[in-house]
Design a protein around this ligand. Structure first.
Ligand code: DC
Length: 224
């Protein structure tokens, strides 16, 4: 069974997806980590982020590998483990233009589908229910106000010892929302059969409970 969780940055997708996967005994697949790895490599190589050919060639020459573990995914690109390197504000600021290139998306989506083809997964991203796995048995679109999403991202960055200014984080989130939802290839949007859940003001446990109910309903065929 595949549970697809899509939504904008900071809506709580990865935290809830991890908790839900643990509760259900499913694997957890963090597709954003793949685009972050490609963005990290482009920065390392000094490749202009908007150069589709150059970034695409880089992605093709350096395959991204995700290895699920109990509490998240290890990510490597071109054989180098970048798990700890892809969560910085610098990579966050670079990733949307990189993820907009069709060549990059082709490479990442093929790797995602290869993983999802076997077993049970909770998978989060922007296009899981629409493009990567349209046949997902349960689809959720998580949303929250931009201000709340910015506060969560700031707390996350500060928790890792980075300094983060709330206004700058909010501006980055709004810029990414715009880029992710207006790109031509696989824009961020809810699948027609996704259930939208607003996580503003809700604790993780409550959101996880809601999603677990949606999955249970889908499994028992209560919702069509
Ligand atoms: O979820 P995240 O913040 O780690 O995602 C990083 C970026 O990758 C985000 O700005 C959009 C992009 N992304 C995407 O285009 N498609 C996905 N399935 C997942 C992420």
């Amino acid at each position: 069974m595949i549970v697809a969780i899509d939504g904008p940055a900071g809506a709580g997708k990865s935290t809830v997806a991890r908790a839900l996967a643990a509760r259900l005994g499913f694997g957890y697949l963090d597709t954003g980590a793949m685009y972050r790895a490609v963005a990290w490599l482009a920065l390392e190589h000094g490749v202009p982020l908007d150069d589709a050919d150059a970034v695409g060639a880089l992605a093709e020459a350096h395959p991204v590998e995700l290895r699920p573990r109990a509490d998240g995914n290890d990510v490597s690109i071109g054989g180098r483990d970048v798990t700890g390197l892809i969560r910085t504000a610098r990579v966050s600021a670079a990733v949307s233009p990189v993820a907009a290139h069709p060549s990059v998306r082709r490479a990442c989506v093929a790797a995602q589908r290869a993983l999802l083809a076997a077993g049970d997964w909770v998978c989060d991203g922007r296009d899981i229910g629409t493009v990567v796995w349209p046949g997902a048995e349960a689809k959720v679109f998580l949303v929250a106000t931009p201000e709340e999403r910015a506060r969560r991202r700031r707390d996350e960055l500060e928790g890792r010892g980075e300094t983060a200014d709330l206004a700058a984080v909010l501006a980055d989130i709004e810029r990414r929302d715009h880029l992710d939802s207006t790109r031509a290839d696989s824009p961020l949007r809810a699948a027609p059969d996704a259930i939208t859940v607003d996580t503003t003001g809700l604790p993780i446990d409550a959101v996880t409970d809601t999603l677990a109910e949606i999955v249970a309903d889908r499994t028992s065929g209560v919702r069509s």
